[in-house]
Design a protein around this ligand. Structure first.
Ligand code: F6P
Length: 547
C-alpha cells in the first residue's frame, strides 16, 4: 500500500483544512440547526455526540473516503475472519473471537478457535463459582477472601480497570488486589494487608517470563511458604493465566489450575480471555459474560455498519483529522465517573502500545504523525488541575468526555453536579467567550474601563476546542464491554489508516534487554561499554549516598 500522504483523500483533506480550519464551531452550529442530532449516534445503552468537532459534512465525507482508500473495510474483515494481520509476528488478531457466541466459527490455521474459547470460559465459570461460594478452601481449610492478581501491562491494566469500574457489582466479602510494579513496595503493601490462609494469587502473564510479574510471583510464594506452608500447599493458593504451560507447572502451579489463552490474543486486548479471571472472581461469571456480550454488540456494529454510521470509525477518523491535519498530538480521556478512574491508564496502553510506532508494512518509516499521547483523569478533578490549558493553552487537545446517566448509587445532588460540570466543560471548550461578551460581563460585575483594558485578554476564551461526549445509560458489564470495544476498534482503524501494525510492540524490547544487562552491574559495577552518563549513575547508586 502507498503511504498515507500519497492518498488522494489525504491531499483533498489538506486543501479542505486550508479552506476550513478558521471556521468556528459556534458558526457551524448557527448555520446548521440539525447538527447536534445528525452528529450523534446511539447503540444500545451507549450514545455518542460528536457534534462539537471542527468539521462539517464535507470534511467528514473526506475522512470516510480516506478510510475507504486506506482499506479499512477489508482490513476489518481480515481481522475478524482470523487472517494473520499481525504481519511482523505472523499472528492472527482475534480478541473478537473471545466474545463470539458458541455457534460462530472462526478459523486460524484451519482450526475453529471458538470451541476452545468457550471451554476456557466454562472452566472459569466452575472455578469462580467454587471460589465465590466458599467451596474452594485454602490449605488450612479456610475459604478465600482476597484475590491478588499479579501481572503487568495487558495482564494487569484491563482486569484492574474493569474490576474497579464494576465494583458496584462485586460482593464486598471478596476483595481483589492488583500487584504490577517490580518496586517491592507494591507487593509489600499488598502482602501486609492480606492473610496467607485466605489469599489466592492469580499469576497472570501471557509469556510467564515477564521480569516484574515473575519477581512478584516468587516474592508472594516465598511469603506464603514462610507462613508455615509447604510447596504442596501452593496449588490451593496460586493459579495461573498464561499461554506457557511448561513455565506455569515449573512454578508449582497445578496445570488443572492454569487457564490458557492463545498467541492470537494480544496482551493489551486480553481482558476478554482468562486474563479477565479476577473480573469473573469479583463480579461473577454472569457479569463477565455480560461484559463479553457488550463487546460483541460493538463488534457486530463495527463489522456491519456503514463507515459513516460506524462509531469506532467516526472516532478514529476524527482523531486522524486532529493528529494529521490540525497538529494535535495528544488526546485526553476524561471520564466523569469515579468508577472509570483507571480508564485513561488502560487506554494509554491500548492506544500507545498499539499505535506508538512509525514502521510501515514495508519496513520504511512513516513521514506522518501516528498514535497520540493519550492521557487524562476523572472529572471534576482535572478541572482544578490542567483544564486551564485545555481552555486557554497553546495546544489543541481533542478530548473524550465520558458520562454515565444513572449512577449505581445516588448521594444527594452529587451526580447532577457532576454531569452539569461535564456538560459545562464541553460547552465552554466549544463556545469560548469572545472579548465583547467578556467585557460586558465584567462591566456588569462593576469593573472599570482600566480593568477591562488590562484583563479582557486574560479572561476571554477563544473556544473552538473539540470534544466528543460518550454517554452510558448506566455503568454495567454490558455497557462497559461496549465502551472498551469501541476504543479497541477505533485504535485498529487508526492503525490501518496510518499503515502501521497495531499489534506488535517491538518498542518495549530494548529497554527490557538493557535492564537485564544493567541489573548485575548495580552489584559488579558498570560494564566497559556502558555510556558515561549511565555508568556514573550506576556508580552513584552503588555508593548508596549522594555526597
Ligand atoms: O512490555 C510489553 C508487554 O509485552 C505488553 O504488551 C504485555 O501486556 C505486558 O508486557 C505483559 O506481558 P505478559 O502478559 O507476557 O507478562
Amino acid at each position: 500500500m502507498t503511504s498515507l500522504t500519497a492518498a488522494e483523500a489525504y491531499r483533498a483533506l489538506g486543501s479542505y483544512r486550508d479552506r476550513f480550519s478558521a471556521r468556528h464551531m459556534r458558526d457551524l452550529f448557527a448555520a446548521d440547526p440539525g447538527r447536534a442530532r445528525r452528529y450523534s449516534a446511539t447503540l444500545g445503552p451507549l450514545h455518542l455526540d460528536y457534534s462539537k468537532n471542527r468539521i462539517d459534512d464535507e470534511g467528514l465525507g473526506l475522512l470516510f473516503g480516506l478510510a475507504r482508500e486506506r482499506g479499512v473495510e477489508s482490513a476489518r474483515d481480515a481481522m475478524l475472519s482470523g487472517e494473520k494481520i499481525n504481519f511482523t509476528e505472523g499472528r492472527a488478531v482475534l480478541h473478537t473471537a473471545l466474545r463470539a457466541p458458541p455457534d460462530v466459527s472462526i478459523h486460524v490455521d484451519g482450526a475453529d478457535v471458538v470451541p476452545g474459547v468457550h471451554e476456557v470460559l466454562d472452566r472459569m465459570a466452575v472455578f469462580s463459582e467454587r471460589l465465590r461460594s466458599g467451596e474452594w478452601l485454602g490449605a488450612t481449610g479456610k475459604p478465600i477472601s482476597d484475590v491478588v492478581n499479579i501481572g503487568i501491562g495487558g495482564s494487569h491494566l484491563g482486569p484492574q480497570m474493569v474490576t474497579e469500574a464494576l465494583a458496584a457489582f462485586a460482593r464486598p466479602e471478596m476483595r481483589t488486589h492488583f500487584v504490577s510494579n517490580v518496586d517491592g513496595a507494591d507487593i509489600g503493601s499488598t502482602l501486609d494487608a492480606i492473610d496467607p490462609e485466605t489469599a489466592l494469587f492469580v499469576v497472570a502473564s501471557k509469556s510467564f517470563t515477564t521480569q516484574e510479574t515473575m519477581t512478584n510471583a516468587h516474592t508472594a510464594r516465598d511469603w506464603f511458604l514462610a507462613s508455615g506452608r509447604s510447596l504442596s500447599d501452593v496449588p490451593r493458593h496460586f493459579v495461573a493465566v498464561s499461554t506457557n504451560a511448561e513455565a506455569v507447572s515449573g512454578f508449582g502451579i497445578d496445570p488443572d489450575n492454569m487457564f490458557g489463552f492463545w498467541s492470537w490474543v494480544g496482551g493489551r486486548y486480553s481482558l476478554w480471555s482468562a486474563i479477565g479471571l479476577p473480573i469473573a472472581l469479583s463480579i461473577g461469571m454472569t457479569g463477565f459474560r455480560d461484559l463479553l456480550a457488550g463487546a460483541r454488540a460493538m463488534d457486530e456494529h463495527f463489522a456491519t455498519a456503514p463507515l459513516e454510521e460506524n462509531l469506532p470509525v467516526i472516532l478514529a477518523m476524527l482523531g486522524v483529522w486532529y493528529i494529521n491535519f490540525l497538529d494535535a498530538p495528544t488526546h485526553a480521556v476524561l471520564p466523569y465517573c469515579e468508577y472509570l478512574d483507571r480508564l485513561p491508564d488502560y487506554l494509554q496502553q491500548a492506544d500507545m502500545e498499539s499505535n506508538g510506532k512509525l514502521a510501515q508494512a514495508d519496513g520504511s518509516t512513516a513521514r506522518h504523525a501516528t498514535g497520540p499521547v493519550v492521557w487524562g483523569s476523572t472529572g471534576t478533578n482535572g478541572q482544578h488541575a490542567y483544564f486551564q490549558l485545555l481552555h486557554q493553552g497553546s495546544h489543541l487537545v481533542p478530548a473524550d468526555f465520558i458520562a454515565v446517566v444513572n449512577p449505581p448509587r445516588r448521594y444527594g445532588s452529587h451526580h447532577d453536579l457532576l454531569l452539569a460540570n461535564c456538560l459545562a466543560q464541553t460547552e465552554a471548550l466549544m463556545l469560548g467567550r469572545d472579548p465583547e461578551t467578556t467585557a460586558a460581563a465584567m462591566r456588569d460585575a462593576g469593573a472599570d474601563e482600566d480593568s477591562l483594558a488590562r484583563l479582557v485578554g486574560h479572561r476571554q476564551f477563544a473556544g473552538n476546542r473539540p470534544s466528543n461526549t460518550v454517554v452510558l445509560e448506566a455503568l454495567t458489564p454490558r455497557s462497559l464491554g461496549m465502551l472498551i470495544a469501541l476504543y479497541e476498534h477505533k485504535i485498529f482503524v487508526q492503525g490501518v489508516t496510518w499503515g502501521i501494525n497495531s499489534f506488535d510492540q517491538w518498542g518495549v524490547e530494548l529497554g527490557k534487554q538493557l535492564a537485564g544487562e544493567i541489573y548485575p552491574e548495580l552489584t559488579s559495577g558498570p560494564g566497559e561499554q556502558r555510556n558515561p552518563s549511565t555508568a556514573a549513575l550506576i556508580e552513584l547508586i552503588r555508593k548508596k549516598t549522594i555526597e
